[in-house]
Design a protein around this ligand. Structure first.
Ligand code: GH3
Ligand code: MG
Ligand code: MG
Length: 449
């Protein structure tokens, strides 16, 4: 999938040849150097610039400096187009609103030398810079998932896409609630926008920690994202959003209306960044779904060796324990035979959810065989892994599965990685322990000690 805005430059290249462009640039090269200085000075007077936080200001200054100096004088080739696109992405991830960029552009435009080809070029660049923002729009987003679905096989599961959508809706809803809360009874365009959503009552805005937020809880149901760098960034950005909101709730009475306006801008920009990152995450997922078991959304066997190897090396190097747990459903054949495979599948799906809730974010859940799971527990001794196993076993025992209200039990076998030169032995050991559990009555955990 090509997100690069090369198409944007097509009409520019049709209108302006490289030769002519070079000639024009040469004629005004002094003006362009001067432009850099003028912009730097004028920037400080612009209202849209001054409402940005320090980090955002730095990003803009650096960008303009780089842009005028290193990008504008050259005829755009693929490398330049990519650089411009990445710059746009950077502005977006820093939560700088597209209106701010447009306003700055509108102020730079009259400062440019009055040469048609250069003006056309800068205009084309603006479109390229705004491309990542366009990708954010809902329609484009739908298109992205569709394209990804066709490109990568197996594709993102519809349930994962649903979860993302749910998480986004949840966040947008909260954000709009907060904005309404900030404005309280002030007339504003923002309120009109926000009122498209249903608000139960404004009092429902409470101090909430980010980790308690439904947004994160929904995302946490997607096992595969926790190792992705973008996910970590989402968690950080989301925490920032909550810190901000809590600050607003605590100080609401003291804000003046112009302060409120700035607060809303800030909230909008953090939100924008969050939505953008979610989009990125969705793309990352679609590219790695071949490692994911479609039914249970846990890792599949393909990726086990890779992760296991890495974790074993880490455990050996930093000398921390690493445990393996095998889980197998007891008498699962009977469930399939009695209620059919679809019900069996549902049980598998729910079981993986139950397991995931009982393990750490740093643990790995693999679907190892049909109804057999393997959990890798870094930083966990066999004693502690046994406790986790018991926790899972009891939770499964208490859970009612599927619409058929089924009860199931599981057996576990555990081992700790000891044979660093031949770790296969340790997996085999866990398997043996599972066998012991099965042979001594099932619904139990056995650890190799
Ligand atoms: P035990 O307690 O000894 O484990 O008995 P069991 O019936 O669970 O026996 P076993 O582990 O040998 O059986 C595995 C069964 O799991 C066979 C098959 O019917 C079922 N199974 C395997 N993969 C799937 C799947 O993807 N979906 C469904 N519905 N069933 C599966
Ligand atoms: Mg079984
Ligand atoms: Mg089995």
């Amino acid at each position: 999938m090509n997100k690069m805005p090369t198409d944007t430059y097509k009409s520019f290249k049709e209108k302006v040849s490289e030769e002519n462009y070079k000639r024009d640039i040469e004629a005004v090269s002094g003006d362009i150097q001067k432009l850099k200085e003028i912009v730097k000075d004028k920037l400080k007077e612009w209202e849209d610039f001054n409402i940005l936080n320090q980090q955002q200001k730095n990003v803009i200054v650096k960008f303009l400096d780089f842009y005028i100096d290193k990008i504008v004088p050259f005829y755009p080739d693929d490398k330049l187009v990519k650089a411009i696109y990445l710059a746009g992405k950077r502005l977006l991830t820093n939560g700088i609103l597209d209106v701010v960029i447009l306003n700055i552009y509108n102020r730079i435009k009259p400062l440019l030398p009055p040469v048609e080809s250069i003006n056309l070029r800068v205009e084309t660049d603006l479109l390229a810079i705004l491309r990542p923002y366009t990708l954010l729009s809902i329609n484009a987003e739908k298109k992205i998932s569709k394209i990804n679905n066709n490109l990568f096989s197996p594709s993102i599961k519809p349930t994962v896409i649903e979860k993302f959508k749910k998480a986004k809706d949840e966040h947008i809803n909260t954000k709009n609630k907060v904005i309404r809360y900030v404005f309280d009874n002030l007339e504003s365009i923002k309120i009109k926008r926000a009122s498209r959503y249903v608000f139960d009552n404004l009092e429902s805005i409470k101090i909430k920690r980010a980790s308690e937020c439904q947004f994160i809880k929904i995302l946490d149901e997607v096992d595969i994202i926790k190792d992705m760098p973008v996910y970590k960034e989402i968690v950080t950005t989301h925490s920032k959003f909550h810190e901000y909101v809590n600050f607003i709730i605590l100080n609401q009475k003291t804000f003046t209306s112009s302060q409120k306006y700035l607060l809303v801008k800030e909230i909008e920009s953090i939100s924008l960044k969050l939505l953008y990152l979610l989009n990125e995450l969705q793309i990352d997922i679609s590219q790695s779904t071949s490692f994911i078991d479609n039914l249970t959304e846990s890792y599949n066997k393909n990726v086990f060796n890779l992760i296991f190897f890495q974790e074993v090396k880490r455990a050996q190097r930093y000398e921390f324990p690493l445990s393996i747990m095998m889980i197998d459903i007891d008498n699962f054949k009977k469930i399939n035979d009695t209620y059919g495979h679809l019900v069996g599948d549902e049980v598998l799906k729910e079981l993986s959810r139950v397991i995931r809730k009982s393990i750490r974010k740093t643990d790995y859940l693999f679907r190892f065989g049909g109804e057999e799971f393997l959990i890798l527990l870094p930083h966990t001794s066999i004693e502690n892994a046994f406790k986790v196993g018991e926790k899972i076993r009891k939770k499964v025992e208490e859970t009612i599965f599927s619409n058929e209200h089924l009860k199931i039990t599981v057996s576990c076998g555990l081992s700790e990685v000891k044979n660093f030169d031949n770790t296969y032995l340790d997996i085999e050991e866990a398997d043996k322990m599972l066998y012991v559990s099965k042979n001594s009555g099932k619904n139990r955990c056995t650890a190799a000690r």
